[in-house]
Design a protein around this ligand. Structure first.
Ligand code: FAD
Length: 403
């Protein structure tokens, strides 16, 4: 007999797992448990991100990212308001620093408008300085819908909603094995066993492994990319009013180093994107043999590396050299210097990679018998969490015939 028996087990207590759990239990009598390996919720991607409520500017119209970001952003802001969580819709500027970036800047505006954003303003050099007095560029966009929030606080509040509806939250419960039984599956965790009829896998950096434990073929490998931040020293916080972003490289799934005012105070600069040698490796010295071999033994890694090696070296160089990181920031803000920055935190992105070497850009949700696996939930998944959670819960309701 398992220690706990529920209809639905959600593996992973990050923002996607907890938002999904919230959607599954809302208005239903389904019994549910969130099973999280750490002693607290939101310990990985969710708790180490930039805290930005994305607008929907970047995403290909019609993609899951575009649809869920737009509806999720508004749902998140409503949730924060009704649960007393501070969130600010402060707007951001995207700054082009060379003529070569102007077509991409125009494309961003076109995408943003196609994704329903209103009020995007094209800025000239003077207007950039009116919005952000210390930023410099040849042209820019002001996007009013972007905001900031604390995603750990949001995840904890989602969990309160789950508990209030009778859901269980099992912390310190790493799922190590998944066995079949007559009623469905039994998850063997570090804390005991959980029997469930249905499984939803939202395990982020370990989602491919949890899929395999459950007997499903993930079809992708998670490759970890660390993003390192610097913080502005306190007496230089006034260099940044809100958020200052570069024009992203359309070939690369990350946004480029930017300045972000945090909702709890302070300003962060970053993150870069370096291949990590450990899935939850937050420092340059973090290393796991199993994770590294897992990456290098995957044919898709070498195919990806042959396309991105030049960019990869650039990111490594910026990781080890503060002057190189500062130089990247000076493109957006020429007056910033090394003295203005102190080391900040880091986050690790779970980037799904196909065996063809393609870095998956959109969310990837894979359905299997009695199971749903969320195998790629990169940025803006925190912004879009309520919307993605509802979409996953919808798949679960349909496939599992939940009432
Ligand atoms: C550096 C960085 C900056 C970002 N900035 C933003 C931003 O500003 N705005 C935005 O919208 N998005 C941003 N993102 C993206 C966003 O943070 C993620 O898309 C989102 O947090 C993903 O949530 P998740 O629940 O899927 O993953 P996670 O938060 O990683 O949660 C997965 C959970 O699964 C648990 N788990 C794993 N394996 C097991 C197991 N075997 N048993 C039990 N539990 C397990 C983990 O411990 C973890 O808690 C950023 C991401 C990073 C890394």
């Amino acid at each position: 007999m398992p220690d706990l028996r529920v209809d639905v087990a959600v593996v992973g207590g990050g923002i996607v797992g907890v938002a999904t759990a919230m959607a599954v239990v809302s208005g239903s009598r389904v019994s549910l448990a969130i099973v999280e390996k750490e002693a607290r919720l939101a310990a990985h991607q969710t708790g180490n991100n930039s805290g930005v409520i994305h607008s929907g500017l970047y995403y290909k119209p019609g993609s899951l990212k575009a649809r869920n970001c737009t509806s999720g952003r508004e749902a998140l802001l409503r949730f924060c308001e009704s649960h007393g969580i501070r969130a600010e819709r402060c707007g951001k500027v995207v700054v082009a620093t060379s003529p070569a970036q102007l077509p991409a800047l125009d494309e961003l505006r076109r995408r943003g408008e196609a994704n329903g954003l209103t009020g995007i303003r094209r800025l000239g050099p003077e207007e950039i300085r009116e919005v952000e007095p210390h930023a410099a560029g040849i042209a820019g966009l002001f996007v009013p819908q972007t905001g900031i929030v604390d995603y750990v606080r949001v995840t904890e509040e989602y969990a309160q909603v789950v508990r209030a509806a009778g859901g269980e939250v099992w912390l310190s419960a790493p799922v190590r094995r998944i066995a079949r039984d007559r009623d469905g599956m039994v998850l063997e965790t570090g804390r005991g066993t959980v029997g469930c009829r249905f499984l939803i896998n939202c395990a982020g950096l370990h989602s491919d492994r949890v899929a395999r434990l459950a007997g499903a073929d993930p079809g992708v490998r998670i490759v970890p990319f660390r993003g390192e931040y610097y913080s502005l020293v306190p007496d230089r916080h006034d260099l940044v009013r809100n958020l200052i972003y570069p024009v992203p490289d359309p070939e690369f799934p990350f946004l480029g180093v930017h300045f972000t005012r945090m909702i709890g105070g302070g300003v962060e600069a970053g993150p870069n994107a370096v291949l990590a040698f450990k899935r939850e490796g937050y420092s340059r010295l973090s290393f796991s043999l199993a994770d590294t071999l897992g990456t290098f033994a995957y044919p898709g890694f070498w195919r990806m590396a042959s396309s991105y090696w030049r960019m990869g070296f650039g990111e490594y160089w910026r990781s080890f050299s503060k002057p190189a990181f500062v130089k990247a920031l000076q493109r957006l803000m020429p007056e910033i210097s090394s003295r203005d920055l102190e080391p900040g935190g880091a986050g690790v992105r779970a980037q799904a990679l196909e065996s063809s070497g393609k870095l998956l850009d959109d969310f990837r949700i894979v359905e299997a018998e009695r199971q749903v696996h969320v195998l790629n939930a990169p940025s803006p998944a925190a912004t879009a969490s309520i919307s993605i959670g509802e979409a996953i819960a919808g798949i679960a309701r349909r496939n599992f015939a939940l009432s």
